[in-house]
Design a protein around this ligand. Sequence first.
Ligand code: NAP
Length: 286
Amino acid sequence: MGSWITGKTALLGLFGSPVEHSVSPVMHNTAFEALGLDFAYLAFEIGTDDAGKAIEALRTFRMRGANVTMPLKAAVVPYLDKLTPAAKLIGAVNTIVNDNGVLTGHITDGEGYMMSVRDAGLDPAGKKMTLAGAGGAAKAICVQAALDGVKELSVFNRDREKAEKLAELINRNTDCRAKAFGLDEKEALRRELAESCLFANATRVGMAQMEGQSVIPETDFFHSGLAVTDAIYEPEKTRLLQMAEAAGCRTLNGLGMVLFQGAAAFRLWTGREMPVELVRKKLFQK
Ligand code: NAP
């Protein structure tokens, strides 16, 4: 890797911490190499205190742009020149595009989620969706789902107040009608799922120390007309997805979301389509 780098190669990067396990450098460099594009992508370990310096460096090095991950997604916002409508609503970015010194912040996480859902042949537009979570991933998914025409959204979160704030944001700024619940409101959860075509887990439940746990308590909360997605992709099949499969639901893990958020950023920087299938194979079918 790297044999194509010349004096004209444009630099892209990932800013955040930790970044060493990110799939983004391999994703983008694989695509640049496959399409013969003169770009290179590196990961930079940067903490919140250095957000401003990182953006200044991006300008100084005339980088084409960057991806931004935790804990910088909101911290870089004050240093950018423009934000897309979704990034403005969310107050965070995951992609920066540098157009001759003008830096625009985009958020492609929610777009990646919706693209992965549509790629799987599902379209929640005009229908009802239920989601667990109210953190960064949940916000990005909810805002994009609402902008893409989902008619009703039911948001469940452990901290109910955060769900209420997210529902308010959706109701104030989009045509989608959103309602908020606590994750412990089990009967409401059962009812909202019965009326939904899509359920998204955007909490951390199911990964790391919470591997083996599920935000949905019992298999009988599902119905066969419900597609169930998990933003988590390690483990590949969370307890939630195992339960949903047992109930006959279509399931999707978070690989598609990570892949398509990258594809959306790739398009913004290069104007080209990422060879998604090639990248998917390289990253996830070892
Ligand atoms: P975050 O901003 O820290 O939000 C964490 C969310 O998880 C909150 O809603 C939190 O609820 C909930 N949570 C944490 N521990 C919980 C518990 N024990 N019981 C119930 N809820 C709990 O994190 P994030 O960035 O949104 O990430 C959320 C998940 O999405 C992670 O698993 C992450 O890996 C995944 N993700 C995937 C992608 C992708 O591309 N596939 C992209 C981004 C994130 P409270 O508000 O009540 O604390």
